[in-house]
Design a protein around this ligand. Sequence first.
Ligand code: P6P
Length: 332
Amino acid sequence: MTRRNQTLGEFIIENQKDFPYASGELSRLINSIRLAAKMVNHEVNKAGLVDITGAAGETNIQGEDQQKLDVLANETFINTLTNREIVCGIASEENDEFITIKGQKNDHRNNYVVLMDPLDGSSNIDVNVSVGTIFSIYRRITPTGTPVTLDDFLQPGNLQVAAGYIIYGTSTMLVYTTGHGVNGFTLNPALGTYYLSHPNMKFPKDGNIYSVNEGNYIHFPQGIKDYIKYCQEEKEDRPYTSRYIGSLVSDIHRNMIKGGVYMYPNTSKSPNGKLRLLYECNPMAFITEQAGGKASDGYRRIMDIKPTQLHERTPFICGSKNMVEKVESFMK
Ligand code: P6P
């Protein structure tokens, strides 16, 4: 049940029964994420004012320069999630290994694992372009009371119990699903309160926006090259519009509102694509499907892929159902 200007807190309480493992655990989980998001938002919004932008002088497992805000966002989410007695493990793009959380009684009684990209698109920070946090939540599969294992993290996306993103843009929004549709909440920074601004978000079945880094064109599979040329033809409802800002959360959020398809294909440089399956593609795929869209690697449903490594990558085609199916028809 949704009503305009409902706060996130009211929404969680009114919809708690939807969460199969209720007992307030999801509420506490989402509450800790919304608190961390406010803290990160505060830092992101003033990034230009104090010396916390720019590289932290370290690189992460991806070999990417870690921006200071990456590090701050990672620590903020980890600390907030650790102190809430809900999570038994956390995996992050910024950490080579997963983090085991024993719980206050050191008894490993918590039931959820969280996988996250704490600040995706962080290379955009210094140029004041929107960035985002992406999170994916599973129930552990190993016995409660034992330390979390890698198997608890290597679950296919179709077992996610919740997923969402925070977009730090012209406004800050928290968009998430627990498997009962997608709802978007906008932060009123003056009050520190999120209000239900986008109830029951739906991906338009069709659209005229395609999002891809065309600088990689010559390295794309032939099917993607053919689809891009299809988008540019003067025919029917085409040419489409090309919109790509290099921030996954922003590109997909815009496409979910307006209709469109986002592509990060494999290339000769990145044979498995660039995006990470566990904490970028699976959560964005869960949200996309819950909003009536589609997400594949060009051939297979993203959420059916059985992960084998924590930081594995996958080609990613995500957005309006009919557009994704058109891309897949070119890939065949
Ligand atoms: P490229 C950001 O680093 C990111 O993970 C996504 O947010 C974004 O869509 C993509 O990579 C941009 O990658 O190679 O086009 O710069």
